[in-house]
Write a protein that binds this ligand. Sequence first.
Ligand code: RP5
Length: 163
Amino acid sequence: MKPLVSIIMGSTSDLPIMEEAVTFLKEFEIGYEIQALSAHRTPELVMDFAKKAKKRGVQVIIAAAGGAAHLPGVVAAFTSIPVIGVPIKSSNSIDGWDSVLSILQMPSGIPVATVALNGARNAAILATQIIGTGNKQVYNKLMDFKESMKAKVIVANSSIQQQ
Ligand code: RP5
């Protein structure tokens, strides 16, 4: 399947979190790719990736990083494909706020859509929603997904009422 969503992460140590995004994209049959690329350790590769992504047909980039989390912002500097940033609570993170703020507080003109700390699943949902704006089948599947969440809350609620 052609990758529409490209997942990058600062280190393979981010993979256990980012696997949640992979699981969601697989469930929704969205073509994806995943690789480790570091803004600090492999800056040239990051630039090359970001500059070529559009030509390769990538529609959304999910970029995850922990600590001094510059990867999503650097990628966003080189492309106009929407970038969703996932702050990771990593081994070098003080408490997670470092990566949240590094990804969230982008300068005017270079946005990164930032999800919650370790919010890989929400990043995949948002990426799928972006793709769904131009794909009716994906959009309808997302609406069914939201309906199923609603149904779960209603069932859970009725079970506590009966206690
Ligand atoms: C960040 O530093 C990575 O995204 C990762 O979250 C963190 C630690 O990386 P490793 O030292 O485990 O490779 O750049």
